[in-house]
Design a protein around this ligand. Structure first.
Ligand code: FBP
Length: 329
């Protein structure tokens, strides 16, 4: 046992320290983020025991996306809703698993925040024990729920993700850089892993489902032909089936993840409010960017809470090249 006690920069401690730099801060956002840390521990517990306790497989239900619901999708969703039911500063929760927002507070005038989540990202990985994640976005409540939600992603006050892989990571931004924490299961706390993560301007990773190549629109095919066709191309392909895991790789190694539109799916697959907008905020806060190909993701005004958009996110140079391919058309 080391004689000098190990100093733990826990999530709680780090949030409070960063908040002290903002005398105007009320500490309420800190409480919401801390609560997300609690949800992360609950869901990672489910993941660790899923194969042992029969938590794999389907519930028999179909969700608003038309997808068959997995037991862990449902457990993940309840963990988020339960966590905010008694937190008096959150008014409503929006989730990929729920058609309508859940109002968790009767008196909206006092509430400050709306929390939007993709409880389990990469659900197709669940039953084969591969990495999955959770994605979250926090918005201020402004006058009405609809008004709070249907604003461009640039109004998000915080965003982030949790990754359930070889270790459990929580990565977030409140608009002052991107910070990651790893769950130390020995003390049951998230401790600081990296603060102020910077994404390189040009990267090494390409992450996309190339099996969809023939369905992609010409600018997308042109972009990927160009980057993979370069003789000296320095890219490696990494596509895990979980956006969170692929973006985390790109955060540290640079590159581009894309889930573009297809001839028959002009809106692509991913959801703007609780998948693309939060991860675009993380990328931008780390020096990268997020786009639909035609415009910055966080300039898009949503028309509905489950709206889908074509999505590419990653290093600035790759995203510029991607958008140039669209402009040329
Ligand atoms: P879910 O949130 O329903 O899991 O969908 C998102 C996602 O699983 C991403 O994490 C992943 O990158 C992509 O869809 C995989 O889709 P596909 O299997 O079509 O490549």
């Amino acid at each position: 046992m080391p004689t000098t006690p190990k100093k733990y920069t826990t999530l709680g401690r780090y949030l409070v320290q960063r908040q002290q730099g903002h005398p105007e801060a009320s500490g309420e956002l800190t409480r919401v983020l801390y609560q997300i840390g609690v949800v992360a521990k609950i869901i990672s517990g489910y993941m660790r025991r899923a194969a042992i306790e029969g938590l794999l497989g389907y519930t028999g239900e179909v969700n608003v996306q038309g997808e068959e619901v997995k037991k862990l999708d449902e457990l993940g969703n309840s963990a988020f809703v339960d966590a905010f039911e008694y937190v008096d500063i959150v008014g409503a929760i929006v989730s990929e698993e729920m058609e309508q927002p859940v109002i968790v507070s009767s008196d909206f005038s006092r509430e400050k925040y709306v929390v939007l989540v993709d409880p389990i990202d990469g659900s197709s990985n669940l039953d084969v024990d591969c990495t999955v994640g959770s994605i979250f976005s926090i918005r201020s409540y402004s006058g009405s729920l609809e008004k709070s939600l249907l604003q461009a992603g640039s109004t998000q006050v915080a965003a982030g993700y949790i990754m359930y892989g070889s270790s459990v990571l929580l990565v977030y931004s409140v608009g002052d850089g991107v910070h990651s924490f790893v769950l130390d299961e020995q003390i049951g706390e998230f401790v600081l892993d990296h603060d102020d993560i910077r994404m390189s301007d040009q990267g090494k990773i390409i992450s996309t489902n190339f099996a969809n190549y023939s369905k992609w629109t010409p600018p997308v095919r042109e972009f990927f032909d160009a980057v993979t066709g370069e003789l000296q191309n320095h890219y490696s392909l990494r596509y895990s089936g979980a956006l969170v895991a692929d973006l985390h790789q790109i955060l540290h190694r640079g590159g581009i993840y894309a889930y573009p539109e297809e001839d028959k799916k002009p809106q692509g697959k991913l959801r703007l409010l609780y998948e693309c907008a939060p991860l675009a905020m993380i990328a931008e806060q780390a020096g990268g960017a997020g786009t639909s190909g035609k415009m910055r993701i966080n300039d898009i005004r949503p028309e509905g809470i489950h709206q889908r958009v074509p999505f590419a996110v990653g290093s600035r140079q790759e995203i510029q090249k991607y958008e140039t391919a669209y402009r040329r058309r």
